[in-house]
Design a binder for this molecule. Structure first.
Ligand code: HEC
Length: 151
């Protein structure tokens, strides 16, 4: 019994490592919440575009910004590699050295989390489960744009 549980623990650790970037390993309790499950997905795959000054039409950072779009997000992400899908299917993982060094495409597990969340009334969850907010590095952009001389 001991050996089996150690083995289970080990594969659990391996799985946690695999999902560290996506942050979806925390989906342990049955309720899928914004802070615990959805926010890490948005950080990894969406916020680079969906933020102030990003390419996306609306920011997807805070709960209040994201919740009204839950249904549309479920729809867009489920399109996967078809036209109109989010994240855009043509974004290969090695395009855009800075922003896309991690593969932005969503796993089946992530799609399922989004779907469950959208269909269960978009629970907000506990803010203590939230990942740290991302700080976007716009230094590339700053370099090619004139810097405010009054600075
Ligand atoms: C490469 C930049 C980029 C990424 C990454 C990206 N989006 Fe978008 N998104 C856009 C752009 C540009 C539009 C507007 C054009 C369109 O609808 O295709 C858009 C539109 C949308 C819309 C439709 C908004 C509307 O009012 O019609 C939703 C919903 C959306 N994105 C959700 C997401 C989600 C969720 C993710 C992450 C899983 C994501 N996007 C990742 C750029 C991006």
């Amino acid at each position: 019994m001991r050996i089996i549980s150690a083995k289970t623990l080990l594969s659990g650790i391996a799985l946690a490592a695999t999902y560290m970037i996506s942050g979806t390993a925390a989906a342990q309790s049955d309720q899928v919440t914004f802070h615990k499950d959805i926010e890490p997905i948005l950080q990894r795959s969406c916020q680079n575009c969906h933020r102030e000054g990003g390419a996306g039409p609306m920011p997807l950072i805070s709960y209040d910004q994201v919740a009204p779009f839950a249904g549309l997000i479920e729809y867009k992400t489920a399109l996967r590699d078809r036209a109109g899908a989010m994240p855009p299917w043509y974004m290969e993982k090695d395009i855009g050295i800075q922003a896309y060094k991690d593969d932005p495409s969503l796993t089946d597990e992530e799609l399922a989390l989004i779907s469950t969340w959208a269909r269960s009334g978009t629970p907000k969850g506990d803010v203590s489960d939230a990942p740290e907010a991302l700080v976007f590095n716009d230094s590339l952009k700053l370099r090619i744009q004139p810097v405010d001389a009054t600075h």
